[in-house]
Ligand binder design. Structure first.
Ligand code: HEC
Ligand code: HEC
Ligand code: HEC
Ligand code: HEC
Ligand code: HEC
Ligand code: HEC
Length: 452
């Protein structure tokens, strides 16, 4: 079997020579006689493939499979955070590898560092019994040492600044690859012509690609689509701030409060049940607890800003005291009425022409805070999780079924009584004309419901 095209010079030779498996699997997807598309496909796929390959490490998958049940990078799980672990072991990679491969062996040998680490937690690491090959250890160490805390989402304080950087880079790379492919095809056809001339075969003069109508048409369409996409997005994004995460006057962590300490959202944002706004709690709400919780304990999880720098929780609580005018050494003298409010920066902002009501969604709609605000319990610093675009509201209204009030044949009522007023749907449901009611059906797409 030959992997060459039936004619011409073989540009894919290096691919074929050095990556025969790759070549074979791509080549077999294309009928033998059509050379140009085959060549193009093999070359572009190869470029994309090698690009993707250099950027995704084996180590990550290995880590997830073998260690992920106990370790997470950048946080404590059953096992400790492995970020910077090689440094903690004095930069001795071999020593860390020996630990990973069989920590029990090290401990038995009386290795002091291993004994110290083994005693550092009440949990026990899985002993791999020396079963991990060196290549896997290398990949794991590479992944662990190269891991960096996630880059903070771009704080786009400027209006309209979030033109997905990754997408742009990918677009540029695709464009460069397309140009390379075109040039290669051109070179190829010229070389073919030379070889044809040498063999005395006469073929019609090939049309250069910049005069070729198909290429011109394809290029124009591409330009139109890409240009249109970016222009439209930039326009729609005006005033939007997904991922907006301003620095707050106090490093107040939702992860510590709503996550680790499981304080209910409604303890602080109780207004969300009753009114349009969820509202931010006042200093006095904080002081309900912080009159007595005066420091952030050393044993609680360490706090980090998005840029990785460590936060001193106790210092942050002291900032709260300076707003409250509270002196922990003289707690009895505190006068709550002297408290100054904390100038929190508002993160979520809908334009003035939109009407949005929390209680409608939470009490009547039974929508979870997380559906719109993301996993707040995992966020140290809150950021805007959803786009808050009109499309976002509308999509959810199209898809979400309301917990419609039904009375079954036995007379049992289920669902939310709030909806009992919608006579028509009840009849339709009874007659089997519809089986569920979405927000759209109750008017959730009507302009005036959301716009003043
Ligand atoms: C069953 C849970 C578990 C699994 C699976 C596990 N570990 Fe651990 N690991 C731990 C615990 C717990 C510790 C803390 C030491 C102790 O108490 O034994 C630890 C400690 C470590 C340490 C030393 C940390 C330090 O701060 O000095 C390294 C390095 C490590 N693990 C790497 C790995 C790697 C790599 C894997 C996957 C190949 C892995 N672990 C799989 C639970 C686990
Ligand atoms: C102990 C009080 C407290 C609890 C509990 C709490 N929050 Fe907050 N929340 C705050 C404070 C203070 C702010 C303002 C500072 C900030 O943005 O981080 C805030 C801000 C927010 C914001 C951003 C508001 C904006 O500026 O647009 C959202 C969204 C939010 N909280 C949701 C939640 C959710 C969901 C929960 C439950 C999982 C919760 N909060 C639990 C005190 C609390
Ligand atoms: C259906 C989506 C949705 C749900 C569910 C939702 N929110 Fe919101 N939230 C928003 C929107 C949209 C804003 C921006 C409102 C504005 O700018 O007027 C917002 C703003 C906020 C704010 C900033 C202060 C304010 O009221 O404008 C807080 C705090 C907040 N939400 C907390 C919560 C909590 C706590 C819950 C759950 C009890 C919750 N939200 C459920 C969409 C939602
Ligand atoms: C229901 C009780 C409660 C309320 C209300 C409360 N906290 Fe806390 N706070 C805690 C607990 C518990 C801790 C963790 C203490 C520890 O782990 O040592 C904590 C820790 C902190 C810390 C240090 C960790 C961090 O998040 O940076 C700060 C700062 C803080 N609180 C500020 C506030 C502010 C500001 C408010 C009001 C918006 C508030 N707290 C309301 C219970 C509360
Ligand atoms: C996660 C899903 C979800 C998102 C996102 C969402 N909504 Fe809703 N919305 C609901 C549900 C469920 C109801 C039904 C509650 C009810 O019956 O009033 C509802 C009801 C409403 C209503 C009342 C409709 C009526 O006919 O009574 C308005 C107004 C509304 N939403 C506005 C908005 C706006 C504005 C946004 C975007 C900023 C938004 N919603 C985003 C789920 C959502
Ligand atoms: C479920 C709620 C909802 C409904 C229904 C709705 N809108 Fe909107 N609309 C919004 C939100 C939220 C925004 C703000 C979007 C933003 O800031 O990007 C918006 C923005 C707009 C804008 C400003 C342009 C923009 O993208 O900022 C116009 C114009 C508009 N809506 C027209 C309409 C018309 C016309 C209808 C009826 C066909 C309608 N809307 C129905 C929620 C709604």
């Amino acid at each position: 079997m030959t992997y060459f095209c039936a004619d011409g010079i073989h540009l894919e030779w290096p691919v074929m020579r050095f990556y025969p498996h790759f070549y074979r699997s791509t080549a077999s997807m294309i009928p033998e006689k059509s050379c140009a598309p085959k060549r193009l496909l093999i070359l572009t796929t190869f470029f994309i493939f090698s690009f993707v390959n250099t950027y995704s490490q084996d180590g990550k998958a290995l880590f997830q499979a073998k260690c992920g049940s106990c370790h997470i990078m950048g946080g404590t799980s059953t096992g400790p955070d492995l970020h910077g672990v090689v440094d903690r072991w004095g930069g001795d990679v071999k020593h860390v590898e020996a630990w990973i491969n069989s920590w029990g062996k090290l401990v038995k040998e009386g290795d002091t560092k291993a004994i110290e680490v083994a005693n550092s937690t009440n949990n026990v690491m899985q002993d791999f019994g020396g079963s991990l090959p060196q290549a896997e250890l290398d990949a794991l160490i590479k992944f662990i040492t190269e891991w960096k805390p996630p880059v903070p989402p771009p704080p786009s304080t400027d209006q309209g600044g979030n033109g997905g950087g990754g997408g742009l880079i990918f677009g540029i790379i695709s464009l460069i690859m397309a140009i390379i492919a075109l040039i290669l095809m051109q070179v190829n056809s010229n070389l073919k012509k030379l070889s044809d001339d040498a063999e005395g075969i006469n073929r019609p003069e090939p049309v250069p690609f910049f005069k070729n109508k198909v290429y011109i048409a394809l290029f124009s369409v591409l330009l139109f689509v890409v240009g249109g996409y970016y222009t439209a997005n930039a326009l729609i994004d005006l005033g939007r701030q997904k991922h907006y995460q301003p620095e707050q006057p106090i490093f107040y962590s939702h992860k510590v409060h709503a996550g680790v300490n499981q304080i209910s959202c409604l303890y602080c944002h109780g207004a969300a049940m009753e009114s349009k706004h969820a509202a931010i709690p006042s200093v006095n709400v904080c002081m309900n607890c912080h009159k007595t919780i005066t420091s952030y304990s050393d044993t609680s999880p360490k706090l980090h800003r998005e840029d990785g720098s460590e936060v001193n929780g106790t210092r942050e609580i002291e900032k709260l005291y300076s707003y409250a005018g509270f002196d922990p050494k003289n707690a009895a003298a505190w006068d709550p009425s002297k408290a100054k409010s904390i100038p929190w920066t508002k993160i979520h902002n809908l334009p003035d022409h939109v009407y949005f009501n929390h209680s409608q969604h939470i009490k009547a709609g039974k929508v979870q805070c997380q559906s719109c605000h993301g996993e707040i319990t995992n966020m140290d610093e809150v950021y805007q999780f959803s786009e808050l675009s009109m499309g976002w509201c509308i999509n959810c209204h199209r898809e979400t079924k309301v917990d419609f009030y039904k009375v079954d044949s036995a007379g049992r009522a289920t669902g939310n009584k709030f909806y009992s007023i919608y006579e028509k749907f009840h009849n339709d449901m009874k007659n089997g004309k519809m089986d569920s009611v979405t927000v759209k059906d109750i008017g959730g797409l009507e302009c005036q419901k959301c716009h003043y």
